[in-house]
Design a protein around this ligand. Sequence first.
Ligand code: NI
Length: 396
Amino acid sequence: MIERIKQKAEQYYPEIQAIRHHIHAHPELSFQEQQTAAFISGKLGEWGIEHTTGIAGTGIVGLIKGKNPGSRCVALRADMDALPIQEANDVPYRSQNDGVMHACGHDVHSTCLLGAARILNDLRDEWEGTVKLIFQPGEEKHPGGASLMIAAGVLENPKPDAIFGLHVYPHLPTGTTGFRAGQYMASADEIYITIEGRGGHAALPHQTVDPIAIAAQVITGLQQVISRKGNPLIPSVLTFGKIAGGFATNVIPDSVELLGTFRTMDETWRYEAHKWIKDFTEQTCAAYGAKAIVDIPVGYPSLFNDPALTTKAEAWAREYMGADNVRTLDRRMAGEDFSFYTHHVPGCFFRIGTNTDDKEFLAPVHNAHFNINEESLKVGVGMMAWMAVNAMVASE
Ligand code: NI
């Protein structure tokens, strides 16, 4: 089976590359992926793969049935959205939509899932079970397309026994993959704080409630709260990315706004930390006679790769890629909405290397120069198909 999959990934490569160029040239922002979804639906239709469109807006779910389709179901997921970035690459397939770019490789993910679907469909008399294809909108934007797809029922009828997703990784060379069992990526929650004081003349602070001085206390104090209240064995990051308030050297403003993000890898500590952040901020502000308004909208949960599934997946990857080409990943404090699926179904989110010999294609994701060595498309397509085939026959 390995050789059949590799041979087909090679055979379909020109078409796979053309699909990636098309999607890359026509990027669409989160929850606006109409053209992308229509294009993907067109390809699935062309290959005779049954699918439903319009799920959670632009999402698509396809089913490929092998022999004995009720025996087991494996889901494969791709995201379709692009970012509000002006592409800086001068390539023939560069973005034709001003200010919008596939800078996180979601064009690659959609392409790899289409390629894998085509191969699995060709070989459907040779495997048992059902493959569920999930093309989701809005990975980059709150509340995350994955959460809406789950609410729309994509993990039911049939319920997958396992789910796989992949992501491009410019820190590894093309021809390699990376795995991490257990906690892999962080939860990501936004923090919005408004400190309401009372403005006045900078020379008469005793007649004001200075929200800027209080904001400084809040920022430094919260770092201590996170480092003293959080278990040091659980990674946590609190970053304020924006502070806004004031007008001039000699004016104390009425209010200050702080915008930040809190990330961690433990769901219990995550919600405890929210409470600490809220209580500490409110009480510190109260101590100085100010009022705090704290809003922490819940974002993506942490991404947990099922240890049993991921250990098996690494072994399958070594068979497909060669042992030297399967790497162990470090944990990452970035967020990823694939995490929503991993809290319902045993999941494995892995990486495919996309640079060339650690020399070219090194620009990070979310950068205007991000691009991939397209040979990595063959790896992504083949690996998704190979993971599905193995996970369908895998016993518990
Ligand atoms: Ni991404």
